[in-house]
Ligand binder design. Structure first.
Ligand code: ADP
Ligand code: MG
Length: 443
């Protein structure tokens, strides 16, 4: 049965039998002209066309969206000579329906394309295990970690495996879940909502942190969760925080999220970043030397999402200017990106990192102490605040409790001298500078 036919049958449940017979059963789905986000129906005469348009088009659009998760425009046209009705019936197309569902999962988010390192091994292993035997081990699986660390990738990899194995998968974000819920409430089609979310083998919900403070969604999600869990459907969730740390999350949900396995993803180490860049190069068919790959790995923050942007940028520039991608070229192309990052660095951020790295309190760095390690830390702080932030020398003098800007200028000269003469010192300053520029909190 075509998707359009199926939708009309669903509509049948919602309207009177006479209405259905008189109008809806007369419509035929135009399979050829319809697209995944546009459904066209043909009506035999203007009366039915108009009637259907004003009375049912909205409802039909809604049903499409519920069924396929794709927002669909519905058009009702006057039938032309050659009717598509027969074709519509003959070319049975659960396929089309499936295609809509598949498009929600990114086919390149697979386990094979996921680079495993110690930072993400735990979540990766848990995800593979869930994909291989859903609802047998960890239920729910809750993955958490910072932005761009691969949570969505792992979630969809699970979905892709289960879908390949013939299971029915719902992948959605908590925001979509909320929208869907609200719409069904409004249209008084809650039973449809329930059916949709409770009749799947696996429900995967991303960005769970947005449940925070949304009482009604939490309530609904709570029931969805319980039903799925009771009927042994797998649930997989991801958030940027541990369930305990999501503010405004009901305790009963929080505790349920911890029923199965809570797995974290940490920021990748340098080797993992390099491996991810190599993987993306391979997928995007961009050839880069190891030197360039290493360079990119040191300038990106922990967010692997930046990699794709960088590769696209490099590739576009190189093609446009008909130039080979060299290290020099890469540095030039990415200059702005680095500058942007630096623009967002604050004095406080620098102080936090230096204090942590050198194991000294920020207040000590700003104190007048003459002890050696504090003087050392203060000098580096002043130097890095001056070079990495747009603050003026008078501002810095005030911040560090110095007499005036000449004192800052003096320190800057002193450090420049030390950088020239002392290789170890230079490396240390460079390391700190990189840590500061590359840290995600600087945003
Ligand atoms: P999150 O959902 O945690 O914010 P994503 O899953 O959207 O992060 O990942 C961002 C991008 O980085 C995606 O393109 C993803 O494929 C890629 N990525 C992240 N971690 C890895 C990894 N370990 N291996 C391969 N690609 C990764
Ligand atoms: Mg994500």
């Amino acid at each position: 049965m075509s998707l359009g036919k199926k939708i009309l049958l669903l509509l049948k449940d919602e309207i009177s039998e006479i209405e259905y017979k008189r109008y809806i059963s007369q419509l035929s789905y135009d399979l050829e002209s319809s697209k995944s986000d546009l459904a066209i129906f043909n009506a035999p005469n203007p009366l039915i066309a108009n009637w259907a348009k004003t009375r049912y088009a909205k409802k039909i659009a809604h049903l499409f969206e519920v069924e396929t998760n794709v927002q669909t425009d519905v058009q009702i046209k006057l039938k032309k000579e050659s009717s598509e009705t027969i074709k519509d019936v003959l070319v049975a197309k659960p396929v089309q329906q499936k295609a809509n569902k598949i498009s929600l999962l990114n086919p390149s988010y697979t386990f094979a394309n996921f680079v495993v390192g110690s930072s993400n091994q735990f979540s990766y292993t848990a995800a593979v295990s869930v994909a291989e035997s859903p609802a047998k081990g960890y239920n729910p699986l809750f993955i958490y970690g910072g932005v761009g660390l691969g949570k969505t990738h792992l979630l969809q990899a699970i979905g892709n495996v289960i879908q390949e194995n013939g299971g029915s998968v719902i992948y959605t974000t908590i925001e979509q879940f909320l929208n869907d819920f609200t719409r069904h409430m409004r249209n008084q089609t809650m039973d449809r909502f329930k059916e949709k979310y409770r009749k799947c083998d696996i429900l995967i919900i991303d960005d769970i942190q947005f449940l925070s403070g949304k009482k009604q969604t939490q309530e609904e999600f709570f029931h969805t969760f319980n039903d799925l869990h009771a009927q042994s459907s797998q649930i997989v969730l991801a958030a940027d925080k541990h369930p305990k740390q999501i503010a405004g999350l009901e305790e009963r949900l929080q505790s349920r999220f911890e029923w199965g396995l809570v797995a974290d993803i940490q920021p990748p180490e340098l080797e993992t970043k390099i491996a991810i860049i190599k993987k993306k190069c391979e997928l995007d068919r961009v050839a880069l030397s190891n030197e360039i790959i290493n360079y990119i790995a040191t300038i990106i923050s922990n967010n692997a999402r930046e990699i794709e942007g960088i590769l696209t940028k490099l590739h576009a520039h190189a093609t446009l200017m008909n130039q080979e991608i060299t290290l020099e070229f890469t540095k030039n192309v990415l200059k702005e990106q680095i500058r942007e990052k630096r623009d967002s660095i604050t004095i406080e951020h620098i102080m936090t990192i230096i204090a942590k790295e050198l194991n000294i309190k920020p207040s000590e760095i700003r104190s007048k102490s003459r002890s050696r390690n504090i003087v050392y830390a203060r000098r580096i702080s002043i130097y890095l605040c001056r070079t990495l932030t747009p603050n003026s020398m008078p501002t810095l003098a005030q911040y560090f409790g110095m007499k005036d800007h000449t004192a800052v200028s003096h320190t800057m000269k002193k450090i420049s001298q030390m950088l020239k003469e002392d290789e170890n010192f230079r490396l240390k300053v460079e390391e700190l500078s990189n840590k500061i520029s590359l840290d995600d909190n600087s945003k």
